[in-house]
Design a protein. Structure first.
Length: 75
C-alpha cells in the first residue's frame, strides 16, 4: 500500500468516527427520540474518540513517512 493510500484510509476513518460521535451526541442530547440506553451512547462516544485518535496517529505517521521520503529524494 502506498503512503497516500494509508493517509486516505486514515482520513476516511476519522470522518467515520466523527459521524459516529455526532450520532451518539445527538442521541444523548435528545434521549426521547433515540429510544436507547444512554450508557450505550456514552460508550459509543468514548469509542469514537479512541478510534479518531488511532486514525489521527496513522495519518500523522503517514505524513512523517512522506516527509522522510521527500528529504531522501532531495538529497
Amino acid at each position: 500500500m502506498q503512503i497516500a493510500g494509508i493517509m486516505n484510509t486514515a482520513l476516511q476513518g476519522m470522518a467515520s468516527e466523527t459521524a459516529r460521535a455526532e450520532r451518539a451526541a445527538r442521541n444523548i442530547a435528545n434521549p426521547a427520540a433515540a429510544q436507547r440506553d444512554p450508557a450505550e451512547d456514552m460508550l459509543d462516544l468514548i469509542s469514537a474518540g479512541i478510534g479518531f485518535r488511532a486514525n489521527a496517529a496513522s495519518f500523522e505517521t503517514g505524513a512523517d513517512l512522506w516527509t522522510v521520503l521527500a528529504a531522501i529524494k532531495r538529497d
